[in-house]
Ligand binder design. Structure first.
Ligand code: WT7
Length: 695
C-alpha cells in the first residue's frame, strides 16, 4: 500500500485497522490545562502567526519582541524578532521567588541502595551559577561559542546545559551511548574547543567507565582539524577516583576540584537575541555526515513551554517523569527546557528501565507519586515482555502518559492504557522530530478522544499536508500513503543545519517549494521525510521514514553512516544496510557485505564489522545480522538495490528483478538468508534500554 517513491521503512510498515475512539477519563479533564474548546479556532490559519504569542507570553522576556514572524528570507524564518531573553533565567531564576524550595529534579540512581537526591530550584540556581563561572572564567567561553557535552543521565547534565544557556554558549549534547569517535566528529563539526564528560555511570548494575570515550573523542576531533583544549570531567562520586584511564595533564580537569574555586559565584544571565542559537542537536540524515540541527532561543523555548503545558499537562504540583535520555531531543525539550520553564518537578533516572527487574519503573512511580509518565513504544514493548503484570503490583496513579518516537501498534497501546495507566490516564501519541523542536501531531489530551495506533490531529498552529511524489495533495480518506509536510513555519522549527544553509534548504524545503523566490510562507512546505496516511477524521497515521534513515527503538540511524563504517573494514568491498522489523525495537539495521576477492573467512570479517560499527557510531547501531554475500544486487548502472535486500530480510516479495545487472544473485542471497537463517548478533544484557532508544 505504501506508494511513496523509494521508501524502505514504509514498505515494511505494519498497517493495522482503524481503532475505536476512547474518551479521556473525566478525572483528567477536570484538572487539565487546555480545556478551552475554541483553542483550535485561536490557533487557526486566520490567526497565524500571532497565535503563537500565547506560547511566547508564557516566558519572561528582557525586551518584548516587535515582529512575531519575519518571513523576509525563506526558509530562514525568524521568530519574535527584536525580543531578548535568557533561557536559563526562564528555567531557573524566575521560579526562585515562589518555588525556591520546590524540587526541580529528583535524581534516581540506578542502584536501589544508593540514596536518591532532590535538587531544589535554589540549589539548581547555585550550582548552575558556579558551573557558568567555570565555563566563563576558567575556560574563557563566551556567548556564541560551542561546547560539546557527552554525558550520561546524571544531574550534572542539565546543570551543565543550563550553565551554557546562562552565558549564551551553544551546547551540543551527544547521547552518552554514542561512541567517543561519534562525539569527536560532532565536536569537530561544531568547532568546540571544550568537551564535558562524566567519569562513569551505572548501567545494568555495572559501572561504565565513560571517560575513556573522551580520549577517543579528542583524538578523532584532532584528525578532523579541531583541537580540544580542555576536557572537564564530572565525577559520579565527587572526590573519589573511579578511573583506570588517566587524566591528561593540562587538558583534563575534574569539575569538583575546579568548582572549589568558584563557590557561591554568581553569573548574570546574558540577555540573548530571540534568534540566537540555544543548542545544536546532531541527527542522522541521508548522507554519511550527521547534521547539526540548530535551535533558536526564543521560538524554541516558547514552543516547548507551550506544548509542555498543553499536551504534557504539566502543573507545578505534578511529578513528571520522562524516561527519555537528555542526550536526545525528547530530553532537551521535554525533560529540561519545557518542564523547567513551567517550574515542574521531574525525575531523572540514571539506569535501564528493567534494572534490577521489570517492576523498577513502577516502584519509582509509586515512591515519588509520579503522575505524568512519558516513554517510547520500544520501552513499553520491552517492559510488557519482561513483566506484563508488574504495574498491577504497585500503588501509583498516572493521570497522563505519552508515547513518542515510533508508531505504536494498537496491542501495545492497549497494554499501556489498560495495565500501565490502569485506565485512569489519558495517552498522547506525539509525532515530531529532532528538527521540529516540539510536537507536531498529537491529541489535545482533555479535548480530543484517543485512537490507538494513530498519532492524532495536528498540534495547535501546525497545518500539515500530505503530498504524493509529484506534489499533488492527497485529501483525507484516500487510503493512500504520501509524504507528510507542514505547510507553515512554527516557533519550534530548527533555524538551519549548523554551517550548512544549503543542505538545510535542500533537505527540507526544495522538494515541495512552490516558488524559490517567494517570501510567502505558503510557498515553503516543510518536508518531514515521513510517510503518512490520513483517514477522514483527520487523525494522522505515521508509517515511518521515506529516506535512508532507520528508526531503531525510536531513534534515528543513517544507513549511510553504518555503510561508511563497514567500508573501513579492510576486507569489505561493498556494503548495504537495510531495516528489518524487530519485535521490540520496531526496526533494526541488517548489514549485507561483499568481500574483496580472495578473502574467505567471513566470520572474522563479520565480527570486525560489528566492532567497527560499535566504535565508530555506538552500540545503538549494532546490527541484527550481518550477511556476507557473493555480490550485492545492482542495477545496470551499478546502483545497489537496497530495497531488494530489505524485501529478503523481511521475507517479502522482491518484485521483478529481471532488469538487474545480476538477477541471479537475488535468489542466491534469498536462499542464504532465509534458508540458513541469519547470523544473529549476540546481544549483551546492556542492550536492554531506557526509553528503548539506547544502544
Ligand atoms: C522520527 C524522528 C522527536 C521524538 C523522538 C524521535 C518517528 C517520532 C513518532 C510517533 C510514529 C514517530 C518519525 C520521525 N516518530 N514520533 N509518535 N509515531 N513515528 O526523534 O530521532 O528525530 O526521529 O521518529 O519517523 O521522523 P528523531
Amino acid at each position: 500500500m505504501a506508494t511513496v517513491g523509494r521508501t524502505q521503512t514504509t514498505d515494511i510498515a505494519v498497517h493495522w485497522k482503524e481503532e475505536e475512539y476512547i474518551h479521556p477519563p473525566a478525572g483528567f479533564v477536570g484538572q487539565a490545562n487546555l480545556v478551552d474548546p475554541v483553542a483550535d479556532e485561536r490557533f487557526s490559519e486566520k490567526h497565524f502567526p500571532e497565535c503563537f504569542r500565547e506560547y511566547a507570553d508564557m516566558l519572561s522576556w528582557d525586551r518584548y519582541w516587535h515582529t512575531t514572524l519575519d518571513t523576509s528570507t525563506p526558509p530562514f524564518w525568524k521568530w519574535f524578532s527584536g525580543g531578548t531573553l535568557n533561557a536559563c533565567y526562564n528555567c531557573v531564576d524566575r521560579h526562585l521567588d515562589r518555588h525556591k524550595n520546590k524540587a526541580a529534579f529528583i535524581f534516581v540512581p540506578e542502584s536501589e541502595t544508593e540514596p536518591t537526591y532532590t535538587l531544589t530550584y535554589q540549589e539548581l540556581f547555585t550550582r548552575v551559577n558556579e558551573v557558568a563561572a567555570v565555563l566563563r572564567d576558567f575556560c574563557g567561553l563566551h556567548a556564541g561559542d560551542r561546547v560539546t557535552i557527552h554525558m550520561p543521565m546524571i544531574l550534572e547534565l542539565p546543570i551543565t546545559m543550563l550553565a551554557c544557556a546562562r552565558l549564551g554558549i551553544i551546547h551540543s549534547v551527544v547521547f552518552g551511548g554514542f561512541s567517543g569517535e561519534a562525539a569527536g566528529l560532532r565536536a569537530a563539526d561544531s568547532e568546540s574547543r571544550v568537551m564535558i564528560y562524566a567519569d562513569g555511570y551505572y548501567r545494568n548494575g555495572k559501572l561504565v567507565e565513560h571517560k575513556a570515550s573522551a580520549d577517543l573523542a579528542v583524538e578523532c576531533a584532532g584528525h578532523e582539524g579541531q583541537k580540544i583544549e580542555k576536557v572537564l570531567v564530572w565525577r559520579r562520586h565527587p572526590g573519589q577516583e573511579l578511573l583506570t584511564t588517566p587524566m591528561v595533564q593540562g587538558r583534563d580537569y575534574y569539575m569538583d576540584e575546579l568548582l572549589k574555586g568558584y563557590k557561591r559565584a554568581k553569573v548574570a544571565p546574558v540577555s540573548m537575541d530571540a534568534e540566537a542559537p540555544l543548542f545544536l542537536m546532531y541527527t542522522s540524515g541521508t548522507t554519511g555526515k550527521p547534521k547539526g540541527c540548530q535551535h533558536r532561543t526564543g521560538g524554541y523555548l516558547a514552543y516547548v513551554t507551550g506544548t509542555s503545558k498543553y499536551y504534557q499537562d504539566i502543573h507545578p504540583e505534578d511529578v513528571y517523569w520522562c524516561m527519555a535520555d537528555i542526550g536526545w531531543i525528547t530530553g532537551h525539550s521535554y525533560i529540561v527546557y519545557g518542564p523547567l520553564a513551567l517550574g515542574a518537578t521531574s525525575i531523572i533516572y540514571e539506569g535501564v528501565p528493567n534494572y534490577p527487574d521489570a517492576g523498577r519503573p513502577w516502584r519509582i512511580a509509586e515512591r515519588f507519586d509520579v503522575n505524568i509518565f512519558h516513554t517510547s513504544p520500544t520501552a513499553i514493548r520491552m517492559l510488557r515482555k519482561a513483566g506484563p503484570n508488574e504495574p498491577v503490583k504497585y500503588d501509583y496513579h498516572f493521570k497522563h502518559m505519552t508515547t513518542v518516537g515510533e508508531p505504536i501498534e494498537p496491542e501495545t497501546w492497549r497494554w499501556y492504557y489498560d495495565v500501565v495507566g490502569k485506565r485512569e490516564a489519558v495517552i498522547v501519541d506525539t509525532w515530531w522530530q529532532t528538527e521540529t523542536g516540539g510536537f507536531l501531531c498529537t491529541t489535545k489530551p482533555a479535548l480530543d478522544p484517543m485512537k490507538a495506533g494513530s498519532t492524532g490531529p495536528a498540534a495547535l498552529g501546525i497545518y500539515p499536508v500530505i503530498y504524493d511524489e509529484a506534489g499533488k495533495e492527497l485529501p483525507p480518506g484516500l487510503e493512500r500513503a504520501g509524504n507528510i509536510c507542514i505547510r507553515n513555519p512554527w516557533p519550534g522549527i530548527m533555524q538551519t543545519i549548523w554551517k550548512d544553509n544549503d543542505r538545510f534548504v535542500r533537505q527540507y524545503y526544495q522538494k515541495y517549494c512552490k516558488d524559490p523566490k517567494s517570501t510567502d510562507w505558503r510557498d515553503w512546505p516543510y518536508f518531514a521525510a515521513d510517510g503518512a496516511v490520513l483517514p477522514p477524521d483527520g487523525y494522522y497515521r505515521i508509517l515511518g521514514r521515506v529516506d535512508d534513515v532507520i528508526n531503531v527503538a525510536g531513534h534515528r540511524l543513517g544507513t549511510k553512516e553504518i555503510e561508511s563504517a563497514c567500508l573501513t573494514v579492510p576486507h569489505v568491498a561493498e556494503a548495504a544496510v537495510v531495516p528489518v522489523v524487530d519485535e521490540i525495537k520496531g526496526r533494526m539495521p541488517v548489514i549485507y557485505v561483499a568481500l574483496k576477492p580472495g578473502v574467505s573467512d567471513g566470520r572474522q570479517v563479520t565480527d570486525q564489522i560489528v566492532t567497527t560499527v560499535e566504535t565508530m557510531i555506538g552500540k545503538i547501531a549494532r546490527p541484527k545480522a550481518v550477511h556476507v554475500v557473493p555480490d550485492l544486487p545492482k542495477t545496470r548502472s551499478g546502483k545497489i538495490m537496497r530495497r531488494i535486500l530489505a524485501a529478503i530480510s523481511n521475507t517479502m516479495d522482491t518484485g521483478d528483478v529481471t532488469t538487474l545487472a545480476n538477477p541471479e544473485i537475488v535468489e542466491q542471497i534469498r536462499q542464504q538468508v532465509q534458508g540458513e537463517g541469519p547470523v544473529v548478533m549476540q546481544e549483551g544484557p546492556e542492550d536492554v534500554k531506557r526509553f528503548g532508544e539506547q544502544e
